[in-house]
Design a protein around this ligand. Structure first.
Ligand code: ASP
Length: 445
């Protein structure tokens, strides 16, 4: 198939055109037109993806867990997955902390911006801060357990509830006699297949959706006065750069190293295989919305077995957010630097701990990481009002960290699959050279 017909090139082109349009629209004052006539296509695309997120997580995790056939296998794969997820998040946090301390982007913030931040809408921020303070230390654990199936399924932000429910359901299915579990399992397998088909259909619409999303994001950030954006970008550009450098290190050093050490996959094959998922993550800013594409890419392009993919990836989309954790560490220290609040080693270590927990609890939807940042700031004694400093540039960083988040999920899925001997299409498991040459299957082939 010619390159321009390959899905990821079409999405990339749409991304570039959307960006170009957004900048022109901002300068030409087409903000209202864009919001009325262009943005809805992006919203529809996002909605369609989110529409299938809950049933997909539920169906794939339940079938994934039940297919592990016994509790021993579940605890082996589950233990491995969670341990590697935590490990990669920890590495991301350390990278974030080291670079933000070394590069000290907070020092670049001009004084007037600092003053404005602290004076801003005090009442509203106080209220948010008070809410964050009222949450007890075990609240995230309590929040994980749903008290109502419909309630849990009614809000994409409560994906952790769905994961919990799927775990219970999958384990119970595994424990009852085969004759009784078979119909239920068949039902969820069929649901899974239907959802995947819906995703294929939705993806046909991806370039238009991506164009709408990006155009809207650019004009939304720029408003009708792009000069303001430039000023803001000037002050915060270095902070953004630090976050982006951190994300790049995580993606191209940490993950690449892990893939080289623990899987037979070639790096080119890996990154080519997931580029479409990365682009969808980048344009939707939501790991949950991207999950269907992530799962398809992992299975079709990288040969990760369905058994591993359907267990590791939905779990990862919900609890593994390396990009978000890294961003939260950088943002927290940056805000403290900008406001002139020194953070000692204990405070920095508590950032590691808090961001580790926060990234697990962060919903896989746009801007969720920013909301969780408030909790972290409150806990280390930095005024939550400080997030006003970084609000303006959050969206592009959200896009980049979401792409990192899903790359981390697929990396771990590949490692787990390799360790279980279930990296299917990579024929010669020890022959990296040949693996790199393996033809990569594209989604709409
Ligand atoms: N948007 C991110 C995601 O869905 C979460 C965040 O960092 O805001 O992965």
């Amino acid at each position: 198939m010619p390159w321009y017909r390959q899905p990821h090139w079409r999405i990339l082109l749409a991304l570039a055109l959307g960006l170009l349009y957004g900048v022109v629209a901002a300068y030409a004052g087409w903000g209202a037109f864009t919001a009325a006539w262009i943005a809805p296509f992006g919203t529809i695309f996002l909605r369609l993806l989110l529409l299938v997120a809950v049933p997909l997580v539920l169906a794939s995790l339940i079938t994934g867990i039940a297919s592990l056939s016994d509790l021993n296998k579940l605890s082996r794969i589950g233990g491995k997955t969670i341990a590697i997820y935590l490990g990669t998040t920890l590495v991301a946090l350390l990278i974030g902390l080291v670079i933000v301390n070394l590069l000290n982007p907070g020092a670049m913030v001009p004084d007037n911006l600092r003053q404005e931040t602290l004076q801003g809408d005090v009442a509203e921020r106080e209220e948010m801060a008070a809410e964050a303070r009222e949450r007890g230390p075990l609240q995230p654990l309590v929040d994980m357990v749903p008290d109502n199936i419909v309630g849990a399924a009614s809000d994409n932000r409560r994906m952790l509830n769905i994961v919990f429910l799927a775990f219970l359901f999958g384990v119970a299915l595994m424990l009852i006699p085969k004759e009784q579990s078979a119909p239920m399992l068949g039902l969820f397998e069929s649901l899974n297949a239907v959802i995947i088909k819906i995703v294929e259909l939705v993806l046909l619409f991806a370039p238009i959706g991506v164009f709408g999303l990006i155009a809207d994001t650019v004009t939304g950030v720029a408003g009708d006065s792009p000069e303001d954006v430039l000023q803001l970008l000037g002050a915060l550009g270095f902070y953004c750069l630090v976050v982006l450098i951190g994300l790049a290190i995580q993606m191209f050093v940490t993950y690449s190293l892990l893939l080289r050490l623990f899987t037979p996959l070639g790096l080119r094959q890996f990154f080519r295989g997931i580029v479409q998922a990365q682009l969808v993550a980048f344009s939707t800013s939501s790991s949950a919305a991207t999950l269907p594409v992530t799962m398809k890419s992992a299975q079709k392009n990288l040969g990760i077995s369905e058994e591993v993919a359907s267990f590791v990836l939905p779990l990862g989309a919900t609890i593994n957010m390396d990009g978000t954790a890294l961003y939260q560490a950088v943002a927290a220290v940056f805000i403290a630097q900008a406001l002139g609040i020194p953070l000692d080693l204990t405070a920095q270590l508590s950032i590691v701990f808090l961001a580790l927990l926060a990234s697990i609890g962060t919903a896989a939807v746009p801007s969720a990481g920013l909301v969780m940042l408030i909790v972290i700031l409150e806990s280390i004694g930095v005024p939550a009002a400080g997030i006003a400093l970084i609000l303006g540039v959050d969206r592009p960083l959200d896009m980049a960290r979401t792409a990192t988040n899903i790359t981390g999920d697929v990396t771990v899925a590949a490692i787990v699959a390799a360790s279980e001997g279930s990296l299917a299409c990579v024929g010669a498991a020890t022959d990296r050279g040949r693996a790199a040459e393996a033809p990569s299957v594209t989604l709409d082939s």
